[in-house]
Write a protein of this length. Structure first.
Length: 111
C-alpha cells in the first residue's frame, strides 16, 4: 500500500496557547526528528476528545485493515488451492497476531 497521507503514528495532543485560557486538540505526526508535524486542529464540538483520538488513530486503523485484507487474501488463496493443512498452519501462526494488531488500533481510536 502506498501512503498518500502524512505517515503515522499520529497522536492527539491537547494544546493551550500562551496567553489563552482555551485549549484545543491537535493531531500531530511524530516522525520528524526536530519535532511533531501538525496534521490537523480539531475544532470545538461536543465530542472533541473522541473525535481527536479517532483522527489520531487513522494511520493505525488503516495499517491494521490493510494487513488484515492481505492476510485474508493469503489465507483464501491457500483454501482455494485446497492446501487445507497449510491454511491451518498459517492460521495457527498468524491469526492471533493480526487480531491483536486490529484490536490495538481499535483501542487507540476509542481511548
Amino acid at each position: 500500500m502506498e501512503t498518500k497521507h502524512t505517515p503515522g503514528p499520529w497522536a492527539a495532543e491537547f494544546v493551550i496557547p500562551q496567553h489563552s485560557a482555551d485549549g484545543y486538540w491537535q493531531i500531530q505526526a511524530s516522525q520528524k526528528p526536530d519535532g511533531a508535524l501538525v496534521v490537523a486542529d480539531v475544532a470545538e464540538c461536543p465530542e472533541i476528545d473522541e473525535n481527536a483520538r479517532l483522527i489520531a488513530a487513522a494511520p493505525d486503523l488503516l495499517a491494521a485493515l490493510d494487513e488484515t485484507a492481505d492476510a485474508l487474501a493469503e489465507f483464501g488463496k491457500l483454501v482455494q488451492d485446497g492446501a487445507f493443512d497449510a491454511a491451518e498452519d498459517w492460521a495457527d501462526a498468524n491469526v492471533v497476531l493480526i487480531v491483536d494488531r486490529a484490536r490495538a488500533a481499535i483501542a487507540k481510536a476509542g481511548q
